[in-house]
Every structure is written in C-alpha cells, then in structure tokens.
Design a binder for this molecule. Structure first.
Ligand code: 6LW
Length: 562
C-alpha cells in the first residue's frame, strides 16, 4: 500500500473516533480575494455559495461545502455564450450580487446583468449545472434581487430600487421593493410594494439600502439589508414584519454588523463589512456570510471585497451577526471535526501551482468577458498552456487572451514560465496584474529593434485613459529562453517585478512600483486585482502563440501567521 493511502486510512480511522466536542477552525476570509456579495443556501447537508462576477467569465461560480470549512467550485451558472454576453462592458459592470436559493428540487439564481438586459433568474436541478438560459424579469427595475419561498407555496422577489417616484430626497436615497414571484412561469406577478423607504430611519438620510434577503422564522418575516454603501461605512441592518408585504419595523439595535466605528489603527483591520446572507445548519446553528475588505494601510486594498463568515445569534427574536464593537475574527471555531484541506484552498496563505497537465482549465481562473472562440489549449500530457496572440487588449472591452487568477493576499507573489518568440514589436506575452482597463502593470516579453526584450508597462490610469500604456522598464536579453520565468511580488503598497536569467536565477527588473495605483480607492469599481496569463498583438493581426509552461501563486499575509 502506498504510504499516502496508509496515512489517509489512519487519518480516517482517527477522525471517526473524534470526541463529539471536537472543534473546527474557520479562517476568515473564507474566500480570499475578490469574492463580494456572497449568497448562501443549504440543501440537506450541502451548502452552496455564490458571488458577484461582474464582467469576468464564466459568470456566477458556485462553491460547495459539506462542512462550511472546505469550499470548492463545482461549476459556473453562466458558462455558455448564449446565456451571457459580456462584450462591451467595463470590468465592474456585468453580473452584480446574485442570490442562490433551493425550493422543491430546483435551484434558483437571481441576479442583475448591469449595463445590459437587467434582472433575470436561472434554474438548475443540479447546482453544478447545466443551468437554464436566463428568464428576464423586466418588472424588476433595480439591482440585488433575492428570492424567498414562503411556507404557503407563495414566492417573492425583493430588490433594491430607486426612491419613490424617482425623486431622491438626499444622495443615496433608495428603496427595497417586493413582487410576488411565479416560480413555474419564472416571472413576477401583481403589483410592486415598497417595503423600506430610505433605510432604518429616513430622518437620518440613510444611504444605499440594498442587498435585501427575506427569511421567515417563528412567525416573523425578516428582511436583512445592507446600508451605508459598499465602502468604509458599509453595514448590515434588519427589519421584521408579521406579514410579507409589511409594514417592516427596524431593529432597535441596528446595525447588526459593521466595522465603521472601530479604531482605524487596529492591527489587521477588516473593513467595509455588509451585504450579508444567513444560513442555518441541520442542528439549528446560524451563520452569516458577508463581504469585507482587508486594507494594507488606510482604506487601500488591491484584493477587492472578500467573503467572510461568522457564527450569529438570535436575541429576543432578532438576528445579530456581530456584537457592537466586535472586530471580525480572523479565526473562530465551530463544533465538528472537519479538517481543512491544505491543497487548493481559498483561505489563509495558500499555495497554488498549475502545470496545465490536467484539463479542463481549473475553475479558479477567470476570463475577461464572454469567450466565444477557442484561443487557448492545454497540452494535457506534456503540460503547458498555448495561447493565441490576438489583437484584443486588456484596455479594450472585448475578450482578450487573458486568464486571470485573483490576487488574494496583500503580500504574496505570482510567477509564470513562458516560451515565446515575438514576431514583431506589437506582440507581447507575459504576466499581468490587472484591476481594470486603465489600471494594470504588464511584465512581458517582446522584441525591440529585432532583439528579444523584457518590458514592464503601466496602464494609463484615469487621467490619461486614452493614452497608450507607459513603458516603465526594459531589459534586452541575449537569447530566448524556453523557460523564461517572470514574477510579480506584492507587498502591500508596492509590487516588484522579476525575470529569470540564463542560469534560472531571479533578477529584479523594477522594484517598489506603486501598488496603490491598482487599489480600489484609486482605480475604483467593485472588483479586486487579478494576476493574468496574457498575450496580445496590441490591435494588429497576428498568427503567433505563447506557451505558458506553468503558473504559480503564493500568499504570505502576516495576518494569517499569528
Ligand atoms: C452590489 C451592491 C453592493 O450590487 O455592491 O456591496 C454592488 N454591495 O449590493 C456590486 O457588488
């Protein structure tokens, strides 16, 4: 018997005899890197979680867990071009804030395709797919739709919408509205009802009531919403009513989750928390998932809005996610004997390496916008990924030759091995760190004056968005390597860019490059940064291709080393 198999059997044997008081440790964020607006549901012993995916493709990746500790993607709901056309959309447009629910043998996802046709629902019998084509919901005018299946065979959709009569009384004035939902016809029915106008107390001009989810417990309908905007002042508030269409009273102790009042100088802050969803276990424990951010200083983060989870309490008939003044914990324990799989995780300082030997492409990667033609292939036996060098660029709004992997740690690194020979100066292939169309750094191999060269480009930024990228550094190389390694290290507010020399040693091309340029505070939008395998012929035709021999990612955040 192989040693690993023996160890596994021993481990299995031991875990069967864990005392019932065994505790499992959860590490926050449970999904590090840009995984905002989480929605969660349970079916029996299985939990499913989904996040916004914006203009990345495929859309709405579904995560599965049986223990709330190990999460693995099982499939994307929108992975056929006929379901989702993201062409022409900026990276922070597209799919906003989905909700996943299950009812009588069918999974439902409701979501908004911002910048195109608006709200829709898709269904599946198996959450890993296939999911249906979208059924559009033209009556639902707003964002953040959520479904609720009542215990009397009625169903409802709640969502964020404009202020009454479209007349805002102050900036950020919004409403939460409700429609009855016909689950067989996949459409809204009847009249729209406003459940919440403005927020918890309209006299205080609450901003951006949104992300609603409706629940029923012990005879009350609970409406859980985000309030305060998705940035630093973000929070979660709750309302309840005896009848589904209101009136809803706000909880006296709102917000039930926020970090905005905490000391900004605390160590390893988690900020901007809100946009929560709740789930109960078969034995009646309740947990909340929500988005939060981990700045490296001030309000600066490149990792986007991430998914966190905490245990929550019901007090006097109200749900409380975190006690007032409590900081979101980086680790906490729950009953159970689950063991975190150290390989291929999504939390803590994980390590990921891919030599592209097994197809299809790992579900952790994302494309920019809908892929409509096959421009990459995996060499399953020998390894390596071949990518066509195509005219589309990461500055445009089409689908470039781009395969992205989230920057999930303020401190960490990504590296590639490349085999590439540029036929012209416009052909470039390498490793990109990308926030949006104007905010990126591209470490690449190309050719200049007939000689191979390594280059570092910087995106034009907002002020000069129409400009070409700026060349920050360049280094002629004496001969092409079959294994040209390129590496980007992140250390909070700076990135450093490296290449390997002929002996395979790392050499710094340019260090301490401004990483704040790719932070949400500077670049804007709703996404975090992506490292990407990327090749482009900069708008001109090309018949070339680049081979990526492997990709490697390593997280090294101090907050996880405590
Ligand atoms: C989402 C809204 C929000 O629709 O940000 O944080 C928007 N909350 O609810 C995009 O993620």
């Amino acid at each position: 018997m192989k040693r690993t198999t023996g160890c596994f059997i021993l481990f299995f044997f031991l875990s069967c005899f864990q005392p019932s008081s065994a505790q499992t440790t959860i590490t926050n964020p449970i999904l590090a890197g840009y995984y905002p607006d989480p929605s969660i549901c349970r079916v029996g012993k299985d939990y499913y979680l989904v996040n916004s995916s914006f203009s990345y493709y495929p859309g709405l990746l579904i995560f599965h867990s049986t223990d709330l500790v190990n999460w693995q993607p099982i499939g994307a709901a929108l992975n056929r071009p006929e379901q989702l056309d993201l062409s022409g959309l900026g990276v922070s447009m597209g799919l906003f804030a989905p909700t996943i629910r299950y009812h009588k043998g069918t999974f439902y996802l409701v979501c908004t395709l911002v910048g195109k046709a608006g709200n829709f629902v898709v269904t599946a019998k198996n959450p890993s797919g296939p999911w249906s084509n979208p059924a559009w919901l033209p009556q639902v005018k707003g964002i953040d739709p959520s479904l609720f299946f009542d215990d009397n065979d009625k169903a409802y959709i709640v969502f964020n919408s404009s202020p009454p009569d479209n007349k805002p009384l102050y900036p950020g004035h919004a409403t939460i509205r409700l429609y009855a939902f016909d689950e067989a016809g996949l459409k809204t029915t009847g009249e729209e009802t406003i459940l919440v106008n403005g927020g918890t107390d309209i006299t205080k001009k609450p901003r951006w009531i949104e992300g609603p989810h409706l629940f029923k417990k012990d005879g009350y309908y609970y409406l859980l919403c985000a309030e305060g905007g998705t940035e630093y002042k973000h929070s979660e508030v709750v309302f309840r009513s005896k009848t589904v269409d209101g009136p809803y009273e706000p909880y006296q102790k709102n917000p039930v989750l926020t970090q905005r009042q905490l000391n900004p100088d605390r160590k390893y802050p988690v900020t901007s928390t809100g946009h929560a969803d709740m789930v109960s276990t078969p034995d009646g424990r309740w947990y909340a998932v929500f988005l939060g951010c981990r700045p490296y200083s001030g309000d600066l983060y490149n990792t986007g809005r991430e998914t966190f989870m905490v245990p929550m309490q019901w007090k006097d008939g109200w749900p409380e996610i975190l006690p007032a003044d409590a900081a979101v914990p980086y680790t906490w324990t729950m009953p159970g004997a689950a063991v975190k799989n150290p390989i291929d995780g999504f939390s803590g300082n994980y390590y990921f390496r891919d030599a592209f030997k097994v197809g299809p492409l790992n579900m952790r990667y994302s494309f920019l916008r809908t892929v409509t033609m096959p421009w990459y292939t995996l060499n399953n036996k020998r390894g390596g990924l071949d990518m066509l060098v195509r005219p589309q660029t990461c500055s445009g709004k089409e689908n470039p030759s781009f395969i992205g992997f989230r920057q999930a740690h303020a401190k960490g690194q990504a590296a590639i091995s490349l085999t590439f020979s540029a036929a012209a100066e416009n052909e470039k292939a390498g490793l990109l760190i990308f926030q949006n169309e104007n905010h990126y750094y591209f470490l690449c191999q190309s050719v200049q004056n007939g000689l191979p060269v390594l280059q570092l480009y910087k995106g034009p930024g907002n002020a000069h968005a129409a400009d070409a990228p700026e060349l920050l550094a360049s280094k002629n190389i004496s001969r092409l390597l079959k294994d040209q390694k390129l590496k980007i290290t992140a250390n909070g507010a700076v990135y450093s860019f490296y290449y390997s020399d002929e002996g395979g040693k790392w050499v710094l091309l340019k260090g301490d490059v401004d990483a704040k340029f790719l932070s949400t505070a500077v670049a804007g939008g709703f996404v975090g940064c992506m490292y990407a395998l990327y090749a482009t012929s900069s708008g001109k035709p090309s018949f070339n291709k680049a081979r990526f021999n492997w990709f490697e990612y390593k997280g090294d955040d101090d907050s996880f080393k405590k």
